[in-house]
Design a protein around this ligand. Sequence first.
Ligand SMILES: Nc1ncnc2c1ncn2[C@@H]1O[C@H](COP(=O)(O)OP(=O)(O)OP(=O)(O)O)[C@@H](O)[C@H]1O
Length: 723
Amino acid sequence: MEQTIWQREQAHLTTMSTQICHYIAELQQALQKQKGEIVEERTFASSEFNDVSGESAISFSQVLQSMALRERTYMNMSEELSKAELLHKTPYFGRITIENEDGQEEHLYIGLSTFRDRKTDDVAIFDWRAPISSLFYENMTGEAQYNIPNGDKLTVTIFGRRQYKVHYDELLQVLDADIYIGDEVLQQLLADTAKEKMKSIVATIQSDQNAVIRSSNKQNLLVLGPPGSGKTSVAMQRIAYLLYEYRKTLTARNILLISPSDLFNDYISNVLPELGEENVQHSTFYRLLQDVGLPYKAETHYDNIERLQHADEAAQHDYYVKTSHAFATTLQHAIDVLHVSDMPFYNIKVDGQLFASSKELTYLFYDKFAALDLDFRLKKIRTILQKRLTTRRTEELNRRVDELKSVNTYVGTDEELLAQAHKEVAKKYGKLAQMIETLRFVNSAKIYVSALQQLDAHVAERTASSLKRRHLHYEDIAPLLYIDATVKKLAQQNDIKHIVIDEIQDYSYLQWLAMAALYPKAHFTLLGDRNQLVHPLKKDALDHALLGQFTTVELTKSYRSTNDITNYMKAILPHAVTESLGVHGQQPTVHHWTPSSYVQNIVSLVQHAFTEGDSFVFICKDKRACEAFYAQVQPHLPQLVLITAEQKTYMKGLLVMPAYMAKGFEFTTVVLADAEAARYNNEADTTLLYTIVSRATRHLHIVTTNVLPAALAQIDASLFTKG
Ligand SMILES: Nc1ncnc2c1ncn2[C@@H]1O[C@H](COP(=O)(O)OP(=O)(O)OP(=O)(O)O)[C@@H](O)[C@H]1O
């Protein structure tokens, strides 16, 4: 009797699952054996080679080499085992049927990694990142093309495409789809995305997302898309793709992910391991300042937002000037000029005595070493100063030893006197040695302030005074990093080959220039949305110069929220283009409560709408409002957690957090708890409201105790329900 599709598929799955199980058992056995041999070899080495000189040094180095090789093999096998275990859980999630070279139908199963048939050694499961797997993610059947590593395109005929939901060896769902991923499957998969940390989207990558993910490592990409269009997901999948495609030259250590916060990094930290890859390097722009070692204390991005929400005109003006394109260009020009004049040097002094004058440094820089690049000139000067310092220290040491010896009373043995003299000299010259080593005889602050001076003397003056106090505003970090990275080139990191920056709309052009200068060998994938602005003063997101240097790709569909929430969100910023692919749900609810019933109503909303394990967030505009909310409500809802900048681990539950901190995340339920016209009243607040609303996957509540902000009050009544 002919088998049904289901039976055939179940039989195939059982065969594959059994093979994977055998493979896992083989790997486990081999690993156990390797482990035993490593232990044996180590025990042998430690007992046999007490003395590693002469003959025994040669055999010791041979043993070391063999140990290193064995340990590497062990590591590779453990990685292979982890991949096989992931494959065991979900052997594959898709299949394409193509016409092979003999004109026959051939089924290609697609999963998380490559798996070869144990008997024939043919590929039984294709890694989703393999060139041919790309066909699975295209929206078509019939003739199609895919790229192969040498750059050529191959043409094949696709007969069909099938999707599976499987759990270990159990087939849960089979779906034939000519056009990839119909809404039906996607809607089931989107049933609720906000339950845990971010997940991989490998089984349902859409064709426009696929194109971004598979772009060449050498391509500088800017990916723009509305809230929920999968930018962060695409970024993570792209990293996994790069690690596969360029595995001979690129490892997790060569990729840097710059995200808004450590909390966000924790939120996305499961995606790469889920795909069988190691997490890559992570930083925030703020943290780069410490990584580079600039001797300043700086304001964080969040503190910057808080400060500028209430700042006076002068502080706002400072921010605008320093983050403007005009300033980035002025600073670049000022640094170019340094090749021929104006490099500011300090007079280097020790204990009030001149060690090297700025005049001498200027002479060395512009006369003696004029032919070299800026950083080479400085490094040549450093060598001269270091020699001088060594001579000075030796002289001083000898003098001090003589002095100590000439004291009439007994002060110590000769060794003790020498040690004391060493200590004194090290103390006296320690700071100077460090200053020379890190080229801090260059007055970087002056380069910065002089460039500002060319645009605005008042801004320059205010900045000079805060730099004197070693205090930086967030917007001062980029110029100083840029100066450091282009003039001194000490902190440049050549091992970073690819940088992914999420939420790029939060960065100024100069911030990007600073990163490009710090990582000169890196290519970039930038992701962002020009409408999701949470900074009170950020207007011209995405500098045109940046756009000019990148291949821009626009994603337009949104997968996060229900259609009802997306429609409400779109009504806030009608010019923003978003196609919703989400599921149908409840309309957002707008509640008008009196101040006296506010807390009681919040409590009863939670009692009705929150179940343990949900992600449910109250969002207020700023930190102060969140603290006030927490103080009022937490006594009635003890499980409420106030999320602050110190929070480093992502958690579900009942939360309250400031709007700017919530960006990038998603929650099943979002309650905008302070929707007051008095609080959200300008253009920046409108983009903030847009961002807040777009965090909700399933339920959205807007709460006001007075008058709604204009951006929400103008929304058509058909798009929400009154609570
Ligand atoms: N192809 C897809 N298949 C299934 N789910 C998807 C797909 N693309 C995106 N999603 C889901 O949509 C949600 C939003 O994705 P993501 O956070 O990556 O979007 P984003 O564009 O970075 O959003 P935002 O800009 O609002 O922070 C996530 O839950 C993600 O899993």
